[in-house]
Design a protein around this ligand. Structure first.
Ligand code: NAD
Length: 289
C-alpha cells in the first residue's frame, strides 16, 4: 500500500455510520493495486449532521468521489448537483462521482443485482419477478429490473413503516416504465404462494435470514418453488440462508446469496470512478475463498 501512495494519489471515500465493518475498502484498494491504479479508498464515520461538510469536502479536496451508505443514502440527494435517472427514481444514492466540482449521484445496488444474474448467464428480461421487501435494496432492485425490461413485478411487504414506500414504488414503476408492478400484503400467504408459482424469479430483499434472524425465512415450504426458477437472497452473511436451504430442498437449480450483488454494485461504482472494469473474480477469491 505505501508503495502505491504518492503525491498524485486520488482519494475516494465511503461516508456512513457505522461503517468500520465494511468490506468495501478491502475490495476497492485491492482492485486498485491489482490494476496499478493510483487511487486510495477510505471509510469515514459520517452521520447526517456531518454530511453537508463531508460532501463539500469531496469538492474542496478534489476527491474523485465517494460511496454513501446508511444513514445518508437519501439525505445526500439535495447536496448533489445532478442525479442519474435511476437514482432519481429510486430516491437514493450510493455512489457519488466528482467531475471537476460537479457531483453526480448514482445508485449501483439495482444494477449490481441485474449484473449478478447476467454473470450467471440468467435472463429475467421479459419475465415475472416476485420480490419480498421494498426498503432500500428492494426499491433499487424493483426499479432497475423494471427499467431493464422485466415484464411484471409482484412486490410483497409487511404493513409496516415501509408500506407507503412500497406503494410509491409500484405507482412510479407503472407510471414510468413498461413493467406492470403490483403491491401485496406479505401476510396473505396464499397470494404469496401463487405469485411465486407464477414467477421465473423470487427475490428476498428483507434481510430476514440475516443475523439475528438467521433461523427464519419468509418461505418455509419447499413446494412453493419449482426447480427451474431462480431464488435470490440479498443477504450474504450467512452465506447459506434458511431461504436458500428451503430452495435447495425444492431442487431449485439457481440459488444465490447477495455476494454477487455486493461485488457487482462495487464493480459498477469502480467503473464510474476509474473507467476500468474491476477484476471481480480476483476480488471474489481474495475476500471469500
Ligand atoms: P431496509 O430496512 O431499507 O428494508 C427492509 C425491508 O424488509 C422492508 O421492506 C421491510 O418491510 C422488510 N422487513 C423487515 N423485517 C421483516 C420481517 N420480519 N418480515 C417481513 N418483512 C420484513 O433494509 P435494506 O437496506 O433494504 O436491506 C435489506 C437487506 O438487503 C439486508 O439484509 C441488507 O444486508 C441486504 N442488502 C444487500 C446488498 C447486497 O449488495 N447484497 C445491498 C443492499 C442491501
Amino acid at each position: 500500500m505505501t508503495e502505491r501512495i504518492d503525491g498524485h494519489t486520488i482519494l475516494i471515500g465511503l461516508m456512513a455510520y457505522p461503517i468500520r465493518h465494511s468490506m468495501s475498502p478491502t475490495m476497492h484498494n485491492n482492485a486498485f493495486a491489482k490494476l496499478g491504479l493510483n487511487y486510495v479508498y477510505l471509510a469515514f464515520d459520517v452521520t447526517n449532521d456531518k454530511l453537508p461538510d463531508a460532501i463539500n469536502a469531496i469538492r474542496t479536496l478534489d476527491m474523485r468521489g465517494s460511496n454513501v451508505s446508511m444513514p445518508n443514502k437519501q439525505k445526500v440527494i439535495p447536496l448533489l448537483d445532478k442525479l442519474d435517472p435511476a437514482a432519481e427514481m429510486i430516491g437514493a444514492v450510493n455512489t457519488i462521482v466528482n467531475d471537476n466540482g460537479v457531483l453526480t449521484g448514482y445508485t449501483t445496488d439495482g444494477t449490481g443485482f441485474m449484473q449478478a444474474l447476467k454473470d450467471e448467464n440468467l435472463n429475467i428480461i421479459g419475465e415475472k419477478m416476485t420480490l419480498a421487501g421494498a426498503g432500500g435494496a428492494g426499491t433499487a432492485i424493483a426499479v432497475q429490473a423494471a427499467l431493464d425490461g422485466v415484464k411484471e413485478i409482484s412486490i410483497f411487504n409487511a404493513k409496516d413503516s415501509i408500506w407507503e414506500n412500497a406503494k410509491r414504488n409500484v405507482e412510479m414503476i407503472n407510471e414510468k416504465t413498461n413493467c406492470k408492478a403490483t403491491l401485496h400484503d406479505i401476510d396473505d400467504k396464499e397470494d404469496f404462494r401463487k405469485e411465486i408459482a407464477d414467477s421465473i424469479i423470487y427475490c428476498d430483499s428483507t434481510g430476514v435470514g440475516m443475523k439475528p434472524l438467521e433461523d427464519l425465512t419468509l418461505v418455509e415450504d419447499p413446494t412453493w418453488f419449482r426447480p427451474d426458477m431462480i431464488v435470490f437472497d440479498t443477504v450474504y452473511a450467512p452465506r447459506t440462508t434458511k431461504l436458500m436451504t428451503v430452495a435447495k430442498q425444492a431442487g431449485v437449480k439457481h440459488v444465490f446469496n447477495g455476494l454477487g450483488m455486493m461485488l457487482e454494485q462495487g464493480a459498477q461504482a469502480f467503473k464510474l470512478w476509474t473507467g476500468e472494469d474491476m477484476p471481480v473474480e480476483y476480488i471474489h477469491d481474495l475476500l471469500f475463498s
